[in-house]
Design a protein. Structure first.
Length: 126
């Protein structure tokens, strides 16, 4: 059967499915809760030890570029590598981190994997 005219949508495509919108709401609440509990950058000590660029602030060893306060929640087992969407709501799969550390992790994936800040796709457990 051959069409005479092309198919046309009557409504616009949704940007996100209702299921994804619900998961995003849960993620927003999870991030707010975690950021209230975890105020300090948790990754820059490991990054500093790896790069050799270390400063000591208040008795804590930090990477030279660390902002000290965490502003983001990083997922070592990324969404693309995770077996399901529930891993983005798992506190074991999150690291409170400053923006400089987060940028470093994604700019240096091999080194970040060695430090445990990224989990390779072959290993799906946390």
């Amino acid at each position: 059967m051959k069409r005479k005219t092309p198919l046309r949508r009557k409504t616009r495509l949704r940007a996100k499915s209702p299921k994804r919108l619900a998961l995003d709401e849960k993620r927003r609440a999870f991030v707010a809760e975690q950021m209230a509990k975890r105020r300090w950058c948790e990754a820059c000590e490991r990054i500093g030890d790896h790069t050799g660029d270390v400063k000591v602030v208040g008795g804590f060893r930090r990477w030279v570029h660390c902002a000290l306060f965490s502003t983001e929640l990083h997922e070592p087992l990324t969404r693309a590598r995770a077996p399901g969407p529930e891993t983005i709501l798992d506190p074991a799969n999150s690291v409170a981190i400053c923006p400089f550390g987060h940028r470093w992790i994604h700019d240096h994936p091999a080194a970040a994997t060695q430090l445990g800040l990224l989990i390779p796709s072959g290993r799906l457990s946390l």
